[in-house]
Ligand binder design. Sequence first.
Ligand code: SF4
Length: 400
Amino acid sequence: MPRARGSKHPADGLPRRRVAAIQRRLLRWYAAHRRRLPWRRARPDPYRVWVAEIMLQQTQISTVIPYYERFVARFCNVAALAAADEEEVLALWSGLGYYSRARSLLRSARLLIERHDGRLPRQRDLLESLPGIGRYTAGAILSIAFSQPEPAVDGNVRRVLTRLMLTKQKPVQRSRCQRTAAGRPRRAGAPAPGAGRFSEPTAAELEVRARDLVSSVPPADFNQAIMELGALVCRPSAPLCATCPLSRVCEARRLGVQEQVPSPRKQPATVRQSRAVALIHNNGRVLVERAFSPGTPRGLWDLPGTLIPENSEPRRHLERHLRSQGLGTRVGARLACVEHGITFRRIRCTAYETVLDGSALSESPAAGRPARRWVERSHLRSLPMGSAARRLLASCRRPI
Ligand code: SF4
């Protein structure tokens, strides 16, 4: 039944005219500003959309593109991926980080062959039952690949919607010196416009609003448009409100509080750690072991090494560790050092020139010890290794 002009949306009370204005402005902006990305196609391939969405979790687009292109060139569909060896999948993922995503992709591909004839299902519950696919990723696949009006609320969308649709009652904490929407400094202690009059929507409310907005428009374009706006314009800090297509319908902008919402999520404190690894080589081959200790992603190959407790001398500690793992060695000069992050940890990893003390080395692991391999330097590229080990090996070609 037709609704009267200005009537409320049934789900959350958003005025229909406002929903329509947001949809119209955003889609017009997207048509002019969308980035050309390899997974954005006129006729999206569900498999490629899925691979891209998994790679984009926690990772920037510019980092993902070369990995995505190599991955879909090697595994062009679900069947090719399902038949792959985990080591090859991890090797293609090497350097992208969060390796559980690669293992989940592989497990899901095998489940798709077993249960769904090698196709991605079109039902949210079935998609969400696959490893690595949560609420956001399912919504992105359903809307982008299957044109279903499903919400897909990632961090960018959460930020845009929160700013657009602030509601009542929760004051925003302000620092001593703030600027007004026009850019002029505000007197310390002066009340901010809107302070004490609004609150941020909850995750459930955001989902309802995202669902309202994606209805009655092309879902793939709309969801990608709002993600794109969050990435390019409605940035976490210094949002480009002056050029934003939604500035005239944005509540946070109207109240001059766009930089204060959404309130930042609590991040775990960064933990700093040191790790020492041994560069052991023999006739052009390098000794590597399956990642075994904290600080290295499971399933990857790495240089043999260990975390160094505070106040320990790294060479001696590394030597003791290697001996406990059945490797008698002499640890020598420091060769290279890199720093990398795994979730909330920053790990400073140092490589040392190390020589075996002549004891025979078995590649078959004893109980409780990592598998080991001698690998030709020229073959290291085809091995799944973390970016820290790769960067160290690259640096060790020229001693520091
Ligand atoms: S006007 Fe500013 S805060 Fe509002 S959606 Fe646009 S960029 Fe974001």
